[in-house]
Structure formats: structure tokens, C-alpha cells
Design a protein around this ligand. Sequence first.
Ligand code: HAM
Length: 417
Amino acid sequence: MIKAIKGTKDILPENIGKWNFLESVVKKISLEFHYGEIRTPIFEETGLFSRGIGESSDIVSKEMYTFVDRSGTSITLKPEMTASVVRAYIEHSFDKQQSFKKYFYISPMFRQERPQAGRLRQFHQFGVEALGSNNFTLDAEVILMAYLILKEMGLNNLSVKINSLGVPESRENYKKILRSFLSDKFDGLSDDSKRRYDTNILRIFDSKDERDIQIMENAPHLIEYLDDDSLEHFENVKQILLKAGVPIEVDPILVRGLDYYTNTTFEITSGSVGTQTALCGGGRYNLLVKQLGGKDIPGVGFAAGMERILLACENENVLNLPGSTIDLYVVSINKNFGKEIFEIVCLLRGKGLSVEMDYQNRSVKAQMREANRLKASKVLMIGGDEYERGTAILKSMEDGEQKEISLSKLDKIIREG
Ligand code: HAM
């Protein structure tokens, strides 16, 4: 038997309600903040991600689904959306017009990570990207949006961590300081961190290895070496968020796994989801548009993992969605009435009612059981003696009351109860 690929999941109709609810919250808040929906292709040229996210990042170095297509082009299933959105922004010449654009998206993403609860190989993100302004209000806006969406989902156990990575010059200067701090401790680092010492030294802060954690406890922090403009920008972002009631905590070791960040970075974690605690992450990327071949245009955004958010909602028991119901179930009393019933059912569906019928030649009793299971508000029984009179029996499932009604006035009667 062929099974779904490891790390992928079917979303069945039984579970779609919570997905639709989350998507409706994302769309509602994005609309309120005036972000327009963008949809980009599921795959891109591999170079977009290796240049955008960075060769030394975990995503590019070990997690991408990359293949060569029949024309010899290296293709990658998108592991994240920021690079794709920036590609689209440049491709449609918005960078040349210095256009200010605010986008939101909901899309599947692909990363070949080790699957576990809250970590999949095909997962879903929603997110936003705002391009064309370096204004600190925009950093605060995207963080506020992420927070409001999670709150609207009913989540409580949240931490909003925020940091600033400054500009490349101060970061390069800081890396030298960090390198010299670590030089006499190098032998005590884990193998991964020894490698990162040369390739991506900031990421040593992300290590879960006890040896690294102990060494990094006394390491100097980038935030102490920020240039004045970055510091002022960061202070302004923090002030706005605190005023808006977002419970931010400065986390000086929040470095994030993608290389494109400058200045503000943030993550929102949940205490309700086991080990994969990051529900969303993002920040500013003022150099990415240029790095991908466009003009010098700043950007800021975030992306959130939808599986993790829904897991947190389940664990906090905060999603009490109404189950699905139908307006009417049509019971066939006489098995020879299939065509007539189908015609009536289609007519009522055409009037906007949600209607179901039996397709399996089941007994009247089994059809009534099905109507109950589907939580039908009403049942219409067709095919008894009364059919000769052009009528059928309508039963209210709420109070059990039955009445004989004319088939020609069906939709009006059903609507009016
Ligand atoms: P990211 O931190 O790589 O950032 O991913 C954002 C969120 O996607 C994570 O916080 C997590 O909830 C979810 N996620 C990531 N990998 C997986 C996985 N394997 N399974 C389930 N969920 C996952 C980005 O993707 C950046 N593009 C965010 C951004 C947008 N920065 C600026 N703009």
C-alpha cells in the first residue's frame, strides 16, 4: 500500500473547520491592516533560496527539497515565502518604482526536517511582508499583527521575544568580538558550533548542546554593540508595542535561522506545544531586495506555522467551533424515487440550502440515523402515499414535529421553518 510521504499530513473534512477558522482570522486581520493577498508558485529556481536565505543556514544546507527538472534547471519547493515575495516584488518592477507594498500569504512550505509533533516536511505558513519603508512603525505593525492573530485564536500561553541585529557593519564588528571571546574556549564547543565558529558564529547562541550553552552564558551580546540609529529604531519599536499592550521581552540571544535579517527580529513562542515552541518568527530584511537583484528597498515581515498554532489551540482547549450541519436530509421511502429525489435535492441546493440524500439504497431507518449523524435541521420524507398528492412529510429534527407540505412550495417552507 502506498502511504503519504513521511512528515506530510492529510487534512480531512472532519478537521477542516479549525483550518478555515484560522485562515478567516488571518484574512480578517490582514484586511484590517490593509495587506493584500499574494500567491506565488510552489517552486522556484534553487538560487533564489540559496542566495536569499543564505548558504550556511540549516534550511539551505540540509533541508531543501531540490531536484533538477527535465530541462536541467535546479528547482526547489519553497521552504519559506519571503524570498518568493521579494522575487515577485522585483519581477513586477515595484522596486524600480520605489513602491510601498504590504502583502499577506497562506501557503504550504517544504523542509526536509526530522518529523515530530509540530514539525513536518510539508507544513503551512501564513505571514506578511511589507516592502518599501524602513519606518519603525512598520516593524511594530507586523509584530502586533502576529500577536493579535494568535490572541484572536484564543491563545494565552505566549511569549513575544524581540531583539535587534543592527546593521551589517556593527554586526561584523561584534562577530570579531564574539570570535575573540570564544577563541580560548573553542575546544570546549560542540562539533556543530566549531563549524559555526567560521561559517555563522551568531548561530552558536541557538545550540541546544549543554557545553555550548554554558560557554555562551557569559558571551557578550550584539545588542550592546549596536550603532546609534539601530538602537533608536529598536527603542521606538519597543515603545509602540508596549503602548499597544504587546507583552514583549527583549531576548539578546534571539538570532533566527535565516541570514537575511537586519535590525529587528522577533519570535512568538507558546508554552503549550512541547518542544517546537516557536509559533512564528520574523523581522526586518533591509538588504534582501538588493541581494536578490533589485533596488535598495527595505522590508519587514513574519511567518507563522499553522500546524503549531492549531496544536497550541488544541492543547489549551480554546477552539470551540460549531460542528458542521446541513439544512435538510431527504429520506427516500420508496427506492424507486431516486431520480425524482435527486431533482428535488438539486433544486433546493440551487436555492442556497445545504441538502443531502441517500446514495446507498439504505433502509428508511438507516437514512434517519444518517440524518441525525449529519445534524440535519429537518428531514423530508418522500415517496409515501402522499407523493401522489404532490406532497411530502417534513420533520423538524429539533422538536420532532411533522407536517405534510406541498413539494412546489418546498424551499419557502423549509426556509421559514
Ligand atoms: P521561520 O522561523 O523559518 O521563518 O519559520 C516561521 C514559522 O514556521 C516557525 O516559527 C514555525 O512555526 C513554522 N515552521 C518552520 N518550520 C516548520 C516545520 N518543519 N514544521 C512546522 N512548522 C514549521 C521564516 O520562514 C521566515 N520566512 C519568516 C519571515 C517572514 N521573516 C521575515 N518575513
